[in-house]
Design a binder for this molecule. Sequence first.
Ligand code: ISJ
Length: 364
Amino acid sequence: MAAIQLDLLKVSEWGIFSDTKKPLIIAGPCSAESEQQLFETARALKSNGVNVLRAGIWKPRTRPNCFEGVGADGLGWMRRVQRELGMKTSTEVANVKHVYEALKAGVDLLWIGARTTANPFAMQEIADALKGTDIPVLVKNPVNPDVELWIGALERLNMAGLKKIGVIHRGFSTYTKAKYRNIPQWQIPIEIKRRHKDILMICDPSHISGKREYIQEVSQQAMDLGFDGLIVESHICPEIALSDAAQQVTPSSLSEILSHLVIRNVETEDVEYKENIDELRARIDELDNELLQILSDRMKVSAEIGKYKKQNNITILQPGRWDKILEKVFQKGKQNGLSEEFLEKVFKAIHQASIDRQTEIMNE
Ligand SMILES: C=C(O[C@@H]1C=C(C(=O)O)C=C[C@H]1O)C(=O)O
């Protein structure tokens, strides 16, 4: 299907962030647990310059019998935060009932959780329920690394007339034990940015990290990749949090993390920088041309091999040969400072394309 260009309103016109200088910050507890916990956290965040509070009211938990949020009671506490602290508030909605209750309670911004984004039926129902409103909505990536599903959710909201739409990158579920709770796979949000240059991009370092000690590095990486802001889980007393205790930070640790962030520019007018970068990019362009020529030559040889295999009734896949290639590539790569992880991705893609070409030949 052809890409739909989203009709978006700039974040400066959302009426949410008083200052749209990067990084935009949304912070607050994973869950609203009590009026006191929510209010004290909000007050501490506010005194550290945070103006948009986040809090989960309905918590989609993986297993039953976990704390599943305080429900509609928490919406009243959010109202108090708006009234007494002058902060904006945000929460997650996962179904039509949540949408109506959050709208009725005057929540300022909604976000869609990863499990909901992954479900087009739920997304369509939510989009229909939001029709006629102009509330800002941030869409978390689906749990699986599927760019189309993520964009599909944005398109459903946009087609319902919402223009204050952005994304939250919270990483992707994994079966394997990895450093981070949800692996970032940065190429997925990078692809979103490539297709929708003006979309607001927020990173959720808390859910990517799973542990508070990694929040700084993930936040910095997000800034270096041009994200507009961060949504961070912050709790007045993380140790006793009812959900996600290991990844929440106190409001003062959050300030500390933010104060260490280096915010870089996308471009500069500096003439010398521009000249030098142009020269280096010309070299990259030349190398890319060589790379393309080499890939094309390799594919031609693979096609010849395919024809020869067909004549001799030989299988396309040759596991022994493929294993030797990988082994040699890893060894040479090591001497040239290229990681196995990187080379494995590149050569697996090349091998697959080579097999696809030979399959076409076999079927001719
Ligand atoms: C090209 C061949 O066919 C397949 C593709 C390979 C490749 O692209 O390097 C290697 C082994 C085979 O699985 C071959 O048999 O050499």
